[in-house]
Ligand binder design. Structure first.
Ligand code: MG
Length: 165
């Protein structure tokens, strides 16, 4: 599978887990709008697509989302199965995997990720709500990975904005 195809596969995979590109666009716009007056959602969308073209980003998404799916189907062995289903804040490996994404764009990526992780806005709030309210849904990795993609895309815009001034 070539990289471009993998990006399309991941967009489909995200959609199958109920996350649409436009929801990630909203997160990027939220993070970056005050820093870049005149920023458009199209610029945010393009930045996300560039982030999703990176091999390390694609692999982190593939691994994390697959673990969520397997846990949902009960196909992970104990004790990991219960840990994934609980989505305990002490687990922490979901955040560690997400750092593989934010690391691509340096320290602003990390700051943005930490902020989204605390704020839980938009799609992040919805994923958390679904996990808590709809029994059997596992989004242990998904919420962190989506936050990381948005944080990385916002950081990418910040770096480019800095360069152009
Ligand atoms: Mg999580």
């Amino acid at each position: 599978m070539v990289e471009g195809d993998l990006r399309e596969y991941i967009l489909d995979l995200l959609a199958s887990r109920s996350v649409n590109l436009e929801e990630i666009v909203d997160l990027v716009y939220f993070l970056q709008k005050d820093m870049q007056p005149g920023l458009t959602k199209e610029e945010c969308r393009v930045s996300i697509m560039r982030v999703l073209s990176k091999r390390e980003v694609q692999y982190a998404l593939l691994v994390g989302i697959q673990l969520d799916i397997l846990a949902e189907k009960g196909l992970v062995e104990e004790p990991l199965l219960s840990i994934l289903r609980e989505d305990s804040p002490l687990f922490g490996i979901d955040e560690v995997l997400a750092l593989a994404i934010t690391n691509v764009y340096g320290s602003i990526g990390l700051t943005n990720f930490g902020y989204l992780d605390k704020q839980k806005i938009g799609v992040l709030a919805r994923l958390q709500h679904e996990e808590q309210e709809l029994k059997g849904q596992v989004h242990t990795f998904l919420d962190d990975l989506v936050a990381a993609v948005a944080a990385a895309a916002a950081s990418r815009l910040a770096h480019r904005h800095g360069e152009s001034r």
